[in-house]
Design a protein around this ligand. Structure first.
Ligand code: FVH
Length: 292
């Protein structure tokens, strides 16, 4: 077990919303799929679609060279796998349960100690997006395991290899969720602002989406500045943006819109200006988020 091409057998442990979608995608791609769930009834639909239902975790694990686990959290994953460590030896374990980078590294060390190939993952979509080429699934851990199972993992979404440090998939996942919530927050604030003057969210959002494409271009440029530690304010300086945020705060106050998000931006910009960085690009504010 461990090295397959084509329609390799796969086991999925955990058939909640996400685990069921993963198993269904594997079945749809023609993989012989064995499934197990703590509450057995959740396997009914998959069994009807052709999956093999295992009665025990040990039976499920020994059915395939590739074992995917997707349950609630790290504690549930550990409790599930510890008793079958011996059966997992020589196989590949792909852990798609959300967790911290530290938990991922702990799990990788545990797997290595038992002769288990280990990949940790971050699923950057909801169950509806599983199986689509447009959906990213992040992996980090054993390069051999990723190379051996890349083709199979492609049935779940576009597999992105982040390298041998097992903690990186969880670290990217956490950062990307933070980015998502920041975008949600900015969009909801803007929608409330324009909505106060009668603009529907449906009218505003197409314009917002075009703006996000432009903003994505700014990130490309600023990433290079952050890596170089050099922040030329040749597009728009922090001084200019600090003046502009006052318009947003004023418009919000006039309309009774909660101003805490733009107030945070103003605070960060004002600190950078006070430190003598007013002529720098916005990317300079990365310092505000770094450990001193
Ligand atoms: N749903 C999503 O959109 C997100 C996308 C990003 C990644 N997450 C992570 O995926 C993990 C599972 O999430 P889920 O949405 O499938 O969650 P549920 O539908 O609530 O299913 C939970 C499954 O976990 C099983 N389970 C819970 N505790 C235990 C345990 N102690 N031992 C064994 N299994 C356990 C539960 O079993 P049951 O309640 O049906 O018996 C479900 O199979 C999660 O890490 C997300 O952060 C999903």
């Amino acid at each position: 077990p461990g090295t397959h091409t084509g329609a390799a057998p796969v086991t999925v442990l955990g058939l909640g919303r996400m685990g069921s979608a993963l198993a269904a995608a594997l079945l749809a791609a023609g993989h012989p799929t064995t499934v197990w769930n703590r509450t057995p009834g959740k396997a009914d639909a998959l069994a009807a679609a052709g999956a093999v239902r295992a009665d025990t975790v040990a039976d499920a694990v020994t059915a395939s060279g590739l074992v995917v686990v997707c349950v609630l959290d790290h504690a549930a994953t550990s409790a599930l796998l510890e008793p079958v460590a011996g059966s997992l030896a020589g196989r590949t374990l792909v852990n798609l349960t959300s967790g911290s980078p530290e938990q991922a590294r702990e799990m990788a060390a545990w797997a290595s100690g038992h002769g288990i190939g280990y990949l940790d993952g971050g699923i950057m979509t909801t169950p509806e997006g599983v199986g689509l080429r447009t959906s990213m699934i992040l992996y980090s851990g054993s390069p051999e395991a990723f190379a051996a199972h890349r083709a199979t993992l492609a049935a779940l979404g576009d597999p992105i290899d982040l390298g041998p440090d097992a903690g990186l998939a969880s670290l990217y996942d956490a950062g990307l969720l933070g980015l998502m919530w920041s975008v949600f927050g900015g969009w909801l604030h803007a929608t409330a602002l324009v909505g106060a003057d009668g603009v529907a969210a449906g009218a505003f959002t197409p314009v917002a989406l075009r703006w996000l494409t432009t903003v994505g271009g700014f990130l490309d440029r600023y990433a290079g500045q952050i890596d170089a530690g050099h922040y030329p304010g040749d597009d728009a300086t922090i001084d200019v943006q600090l003046a502009a945020v006052e318009h947003l705060l004023h418009a919000g106050r006039e309309r009774g819109v909660d101003g805490r998000l733009p107030e945070l931006h103003r605070e960060l910009m004002a600190k950078a200006v006070a430190a003598g960085h007013g002529g720098d690009s916005y990317a300079r504010l990365v310092d505000a988020f770094r450990r001193p």
